[in-house]
Write a protein that binds this ligand. Structure first.
Ligand SMILES: *Cc1c(COP(=O)(O)O)cnc(C)c1O
Length: 354
């Protein structure tokens, strides 16, 4: 069945949905994909042939430039269902804009932001039965772009694919996590690609993360590239500290990811009457606060987990313990989840009907 809808997105549906094979109470993380995907090609300077087709393999030339020179960027977001069973997207316009910020840094073409949102809406609408109903569950969406032009040589590619995949995700219960403050390896330096959601940033983080895990930690806490003391962020999350009643999060300096959860948490905290300061913060300051008992709370923020509480931060030879008494982050997480499922008024105007 093929039909043309607004934005001329052609749609080819599967004959039989696989959703009936899914146990929503036990969804394997990251390995389950919905029936369809959205694809668009960049050819001769324009995006052409936006289409929703059955999920499947994509033939790739061995010289596809993304495989050699790494022009590959992505986004991550979630669709939820509101009280009436309608699919909703959280701040999808921000993801559309951020993809293009990443594209600019990586020498890749911008993707039209209205087509990004429209592609998401139509895909989510087709896959609405894949959105797990349980509280805290969601349909994870992964828009991404990569260079698929077959060419050996160092320049920006002329041919790209933009794809959106969807994967159901169960409620994420995060235990308090342990971070390893990394002083040898770095994630991002001034002038680098730290603010781009680029595949290569992750490639460079994999080995240090494995080493931290071998030491018993969950994630790496990245420090600045020069002095190894200014806190940047965590693996796939931005970071917040509550010290002496005030929230502090590293200010954006081009080296940290401009997290949409981060910006939303700042708004919710301020709305609840808390002071939030975006500024440079060192690992020494956090350690000092822990010692004099003013480190009241620390958590990571990101789409995948929402808010992940931090239990401790390991340094060479020392451990920074974080208090477990202030639950403000939890309150913020509940507020965000309630907005995403339409249980409280969306006073920030963040939700988009799919
Ligand atoms: C995606 C990401 C985040 C979190 O961003 P959200 O928009 O909140 O999901 C934080 N840090 C890095 C490195 C990321 O890639």
């Amino acid at each position: 069945m093929t039909k043309i809808m607004s934005h001329n997105i052609s749609i080819q549906k599967v004959t039989e949905s696989q959703v009936t094979n899914i146990d929503f109470n036990n969804i394997p993380l990251g390995t389950t994909f919905t029936d369809h995907m959205f694809i668009c090609d960049y050819d001769n300077g324009t995006w052409v042939n936006p289409r929703i087709i059955p999920m499947g393999m994509i033939p790739t030339h061995p010289a596809a430039m993304a495989l050699h020179y790494g022009q590959a960027i992505f986004e991550g977001m979630k669709a939820t269902i509101d009280a009436n069973g309608n699919p909703m997207l959280f701040r999808a316009d921000k993801n559309a804009a951020r993809l293009n910020t990443s594209a600019d840094r990586m020498g890749m073409p911008n993707f039209p932001e209205d087509l990004f949102v429209e592609g998401l809406k139509q895909l989510v609408d087709i896959e609405r039965s894949w959105i797990p109903p349980a509280d805290g569950s969601a349909l994870y969406l992964r828009p991404f772009m990569y260079a698929d032009e077959p060419f050996i040589g160092m320049r920006a590619a002329n041919h790209y694919k933009f794809i959106i995949m969807a994967s159901p995700a169960g409620p994420f219960f995060s235990n308090r996590i342990k971070l390893w403050a990394e002083k040898q390896y770095i994630r991002a330096a001034a002038g680098g690609t730290g603010e781009a959601k680029a595949a290569g940033n992750y490639a460079a983080a994999i080995r240090p993360t494995e080493l931290a895990k071998a030491k018993g930690y969950d994630q790496v806490l990245w420090l600045d590239a020069v002095e190894h003391k200014y806190i940047q962020e965590v693996g796939t999350m931005n970071i917040f500290f509550k010290i002496d009643g005030k929230f502090i999060t590293p200010k954006r300096d081009g080296s940290i990811l401009d997290g949409i959860t981060r910006m939303s948490v700042i708004d919710v905290l301020r709305d609840k009457g808390y002071e939030v300061i975006e500024r440079a913060i060192t690992i020494d300051e956090v350690q000092e606060a822990s010692k004099n008992k003013t480190l009241e709370e620390a958590f990571g923020t990101g789409t995948a987990v929402g808010i992940a509480y931090i239990q401790e931060i390991g340094l060479e030879g020392e451990t920074i313990h974080v208090s477990n008494e202030s639950p403000v982050g939890l309150e913020v997480n509940n507020t965000l989840n309630a907005i995403k499922t339409g249980k409280v008024e969306d006073k920030f105007g963040w939700m988009i009907k799919a």
